[in-house]
Design a protein around this ligand. Structure first.
Ligand code: NDP
Length: 286
């Protein structure tokens, strides 16, 4: 059995496992099996989104697993189409129904587009009603994050942003730490882009510990106080990615990996007007 998964305490006192399981791009028809395997491997923190189209599969796997609800930490996300005060409440209820849950552990605004101020007020109300234990955001740059904080009551508990060795987000991290917003990485492996799994620098660090590059990357993020949610549909990799709590990278190794930062997204900029329009127009339901 791998070592237990530590938790961080969010700004409202809710504990969050520092390592979870992401299901982006897991096809709906495979999701129940994949999540069942992840729960069996020991994951207790699951990350999905309304826009992934697989909340039902996650819910079926949870129901069949027999894992007590209080041991699980389940995150889902509000899509842009459902931003706005009234639409957000309905979207949250739809996600809860799809997941078969009576509350979420974390509900995130998926993208900083549309009426996300209205969405945030609705999410504050959901939190007050106990339907979401914590609420947060995703893909928010520091300027948008601070604006949301300044004009609302609840400070987001989490900001989930692209973070990996080629895009480390050190400045975002410092600002979030100062504001009490937990940094969560999406794409910890950059989905394998830039030859991450064959990178010589990461490979040398991994060899030094008798570990894999995937484990070094996850360990490096966790040691930077970043929550991670790696995705894999393969059972062996699920176990590998969980097994990062019984070794430590040295300060020199941390510094060496810090030099890999190119400070640029390997996917797209959330400030690119064409992407703002594309994602803003994406419909996930009628
Ligand atoms: P990741 O960086 O986690 O990479 C996943 C890829 O790496 C898959 O191709 C997987 O292949 C492969 N992989 C996983 N483990 C290993 C391993 N040990 N060795 C070799 N290859 C491995 O990408 P994701 O985009 O999935 O990010 C993780 C999660 O973050 C998502 O699932 C989602 O929950 C969240 N996310 C959120 C976004 C947002 O906008 N908020 C955007 C993108 C992701 P295989 O499955 O075949 O094993």
């Amino acid at each position: 059995m791998p070592a237990p998964i530590p938790t961080v305490t969010l700004n409202n006192g809710v504990p969050m496992p520092v390592l979870g399981f992401g299901v982006y791009q897991v096809p709906p028809e495979d999701t129940e099996r994949v999540v069942a395997e992840a729960l069996d491997a020991g994951y207790r923190h699951l990350d999905t989104a309304a826009s992934y189209g697989n909340e039902e599969g996650v819910g079926r796997a949870i129901a069949a697993s027999g894992v007590p609800r209080e041991e699980l930490f389940v995150t889902t996300k509000l899509w842009v189409q459902d931003a706005g005060e009234r639409a957000t409440e309905a979207a949250a209820e739809a996600s809860l129904r799809a997941l078969g849950l009576d509350h979420l552990d974390l509900y995130l605004i998926h993208q900083p587009y549309g009426d996300y101020y209205g969405a945030w007020r609705a999410m504050e109300a959901l939190q007050r009603r106990g339907l979401a234990r914590a609420i947060g955001v995703s893909n928010f740059h520091p300027d948008r994050l601070v604006d949301l904080i300044v004009h609302n009551e609840v400070v987001p508990a989490v900001n989930q942003i692209e973070t990996h060795p080629f895009f480390q987000r050190a400045e975002d991290h410092a600002l979030m730490a100062e504001r009490g917003v937990q940094h969560e990485s999406w794409g910890p492996f950059a989905e394998g882009r830039n030859n991450l799994f064959g990178d010589p620098t990461l490979g040398a660090v991994a060899d030094g510990h008798g570990r894999t590059i995937a484990q070094v990357v996850l360990r490096w993020l966790v040691q930077r106080d970043v929550v991670v949610i790696p995705k894999s549909v393969r059972r062996d990799r699920m176990a590998e990615n969980l097994d990062v709590f019984d070794f430590e990278l040295t300060p020199e190794e941390m510094d060496l990996i810090a030099t890999m930062d190119a400070d640029e997204s390997l996917f797209f900029s959330h400030r690119d007007p064409a992407m703002v329009e594309f994602l803003g127009n994406r419909r996930i339901h009628d």
